[in-house]
Design a protein around this ligand. Sequence first.
Ligand code: KIV
Ligand code: ZN
Length: 371
Amino acid sequence: MQVKILDTTLRDGEQTPGVSLTPEEKLRIALRLDDLGVDIIEAGSAITSEGEREALKKIVKEGLNAEICSFARALQVDIDEALKCDVDSIHLVVPTSELHIKDKLQKPPGEVKEKAIDSIEYAKDHGLIVEFSAEDATRSNMQFLKEILEESISAGADRICACDTVGILTPERAYEFYGELSKLKAPLSVHCHNDFGLAVANSLMGLRAGASEVHATINGIGERAGNAALEEIVVALYSLYDVKTNINTKMLYETSKMVARLTGVYIQPNKAIVGENAFAHESGIHVDGILKKAETYEPITPELVGRKRRFVMGKHIGSSALKEKLEEFDFKVDEKQFKQIFERVKNLGDMGKCVTDVDLQAIAEDVLGIV
Ligand code: KIV
Ligand code: ZN
């Protein structure tokens, strides 16, 4: 089984409060996403602004392997703007929950459905690939949701997607919900938000239930608590479910750092896969285990995601880790000198300090009397 990845870092990800990318920055990220092996890049929304259209045009001009997609509402003007940018596809979205239709759009449900179908037909007549999405699908009436998705398929939608817009699914419900929709006669995509910290788990369950594509963002950036994190989904699929994607996992870390730098949304140190501590070890017991066999405390190799293991000096350090570090810096110490260095590292830890490599080098040089 192979899962398709639609990366929406440049659309849903850019909707992160405070994030705004220039056309050049969007192009740089799109080039990296293409190298990474993303199947579809949702690169923005052509109707949004002049800059957004410039970005889409620049990206399309590169002739990338990935399908380049523009977000569009069920409005002819949105589709026309996408067509002017020469994108391959549109991600056409209408809300399907009563809450969104009645309170947000303030339109009858029949009219929403009609607009959706007309828009799909219009886009297909103009040669676009159409991925049709139901917004707030997980709070929608299942019968209405299925009807609109079925009609979208009859109107020519190439793929369908159901969005967990406010992240209210649980893994069990995700399995049931996407399982039901995967019986429809078009490839199904999963789109999950992280309001309860379950976006990745729910996405994985949607895929297990029969969906064949997943929407994700680098570092999980997005509205509120964000979207499902691409790097976590891909590595979990590969390592825990034996499911392949086109992603070159070795490029995940550098891509994550690039997106963090350009968006200014920094990554928590303990974030899975790409956080600074994801492959860092301090405790003596752990470092000792790792030095004997890495699998003892690492579920995947750091190299799989383009990273290196790191041993951190602090009060939990053990003698194996310190020996390893001193050897790395080429210090030859006798037993007494080793004890002195070990104690000084522990003392600094007790004083609430972290011991960097530079600190350790200074301590060792002091103990060895190197000026
Ligand atoms: O989360 C969502 O519902 C979306 C749609 C607008 C596609 O991002
Ligand atoms: Zn979304």
